[in-house]
Unconditional design. Structure first.
Lengths: 364, 364
């Protein structure tokens, strides 16, 4: 989406221009009623599905989006946009400030989940879509989905928050803060001004490593790694000895090649600020909501545990809303939303199919 | 304990001299049968109880050691020594290598929990103590206690492992590895050779912050911090905004003043190497054990969860050993062993009292 006009943020600050990178899959029908917005998580981007020629990697939710899949591109027009504050084409700290010709760095204002959603709304306006058939996302994507249902109740027919929460609790803030401290204590970070030189790759890698532990479960780590060694026996030295160490170092190392450290700061901050409960009881947050909800959680997710999804479900039900809660049994931890495609597909296909059918029959 | 003679490590490497700093509380009886060894955790030291004039801080387990306390200094002679590899007076990477007149740094060999215990055994030999009335420790101290019962079955009458495990699982190794990477990626670390200049305080602080999250529980973090802000409202900036951020930064900042980064590497490595199960089933590890055991775990400890203590208990029982397992209900997480003094005191006093009484009556 091209820039244009000033964009006011929740903090009161404003962006002189707003750029939102996006991809679409499937076709928008003539009355523009089949659009589904997919919201990505911390490290995701607009490339949710399909193969991109330049990198030849399938999108991050490729198994869920396509012909006959959960988000069926034969029926629906799927949109996925890079979040505000991200580093994959949308306005963010690494994007060029047209006023100076240099990256914004820390002069980019702090953004919130609500700001991300407002930016997505601008994109939909630009595309001429007045109403979303559905909005869905996992993890931070789920926060955006919930925020959509709260901010734009009339514009969201259905909402599918997955493996998410309604606010960041102290432990979630704590993990984010460790990641931020790892980045900010890397001398290469240089107060966010590093785009001309060495990037704070060491700090960002440590941040990613911490993150990865929270994305997996004790069980999945045991299954995948246990105490298996990379060599035949312990080397009695500080190099990578256990498989799990090698995996974390690899994940940290590959992440820094594709992600901007400042974006990591901004996005984790947005998650920490997220709090739908801030005006009192959680049910009050949803008093204007009108969507139909499918809330999905995963049994071994300890970053956003099922209990937090159950609280969301309860608050929605207290408002008399149509909500289905499903806890998927999985030992994959938080990452399950990027792994348990079979279960997710069944749940989502059925949920969307019912609404689609009723809409076609004009039962609403 | 003064140095003397070569000390051979589990790795095959050896130390030209061994120094172990220790403190004692209470008096050793004439037949030297009332000695109890207290083993400290990662960041602890020999100063387990009482007030030290120089720093005027009570010992780390002051509430547990003293006249009439769980470890009653009117009955028992309590010993606590700084672990091998530590930085509070015992041989370790920051200690002076007498051959060079400089700190060892990374030339100090990797040590194991078994090595720490063997070093403690040397201390007991030096003190003329042949048999321990009890050995007790929480967290890594519990690993040492278990290792004592395994390495020196004849020399340990009773053993009290608290909030501990029998091996490091993948997730525990992963958290340690993140801490090590944070330290090792700090340029000031300089491959362990920093004693003449700036220490890797930023990396060590991040390592400590990660650790602290694992020492608390989701519940205790909510109770203590929740989403409480340090200022009146969100500042939309990257300074400390939430209380939990301030707490972590404070903990990280105070830790680096009293702890050596290299010791952090060596000690976490020793924990990661710890695996009593490595020769097959866990019960085989205890086949020579003879002690009476009191195994204590805390309900909300997710670093070393009760399930791991139950496995220890089961393996001990499979060997027909006298073992009591107690799960203390607490929301303090792993740190509970440094907080839940009332419960611990009751359990330990009763356990030690019974053994003491029977020994006096010569029932064994």
């Amino acid at each position: 989406m091209p820039g244009g006009g000033s964009f006011v943020l929740e903090s009161g600050a404003s962006l002189a221009e707003l750029r939102i990178a996006y991809q679409t899959y499937g076709e928008l029908n003539s009355d523009k009623t089949n659009a589904i917005l997919i919201c990505h998580a911390l490290s995701g981007d607009a490339h949710a599905a399909g193969i991109e020629s330049e990198e030849e990697k399938p999108g991050w939710w490729n198994e869920m989006i396509g012909p006959g899949k959960a988000f069926d591109t034969e029926k629906f027009f799927i949109i996925c946009s890079n979040i505000l504050g991200g580093c994959k084409g949308s306005s963010g700290p690494s994007a060029i400030n047209t006023a100076t010709g240099k990256p914004h760095g820390l002069s980019f204002p702090i953004v919130s989940i609500k700001d991300m959603v407002n930016a997505q709304k601008k994109l939909l306006d630009f595309l001429g879509i007045q109403k979303l058939f559905s909005v869905c996302g996992g993890s931070m994507g789920g926060m955006q989905a919930l925020q959509w249902a709260v901010s734009y109740p009339e514009e969201v027919i259905s909402c599918i928050p997955i493996a998410t929460t309604y606010k960041h609790f102290a432990q979630q803030i704590a993990f984010d803060e460790v990641g931020r401290q790892a980045i900010m204590s890397d001398p290469a970070w240089n107060n966010g001004d590093y785009y001309d030189g060495k990037h704070p790759v060491a700090g960002l890698a440590v941040a990613r490593m911490v993150g990865h532990i929270t994305y997996m479960s004790h069980e999945s780590m045991e299954q995948k790694f246990g105490r298996v060694l990379k060599k035949k026996e312990l080397g009695h030295e500080f190099s990578t000895e256990f498989e799990v160490e090698g995996y974390l170092r690899y994940r940290g190392g590959s992440f820094v090649k594709r992600f901007d450290a400042n974006s990591y700061l901004y996005i984790t901050k947005a998650m920490d600020y997220f709090d739908l409960q801030k005006d009192g009881e959680l049910r009050h947050a949803f008093k204007r909501a009108k969507s139909k909800f499918l809330v999905i959680a995963f049994s071994s997710d300890w970053l956003y545990p099922p209990a937090q999804s159950k609280e969301i479900t309860r608050a929605l039900k207290m408002n008399g809303l149509d909500v289905t809660y499903c806890e998927v049994s999985s030992n994959c931890g938080h990452d399950a939303f990027l792994i348990e495609f079979e279960e997710e597909t069944k749940l989502i296909k059925h949920f969307l199919g019912n609404i689609y059918k009723k809409l076609k029959e004009k039962k609403w």
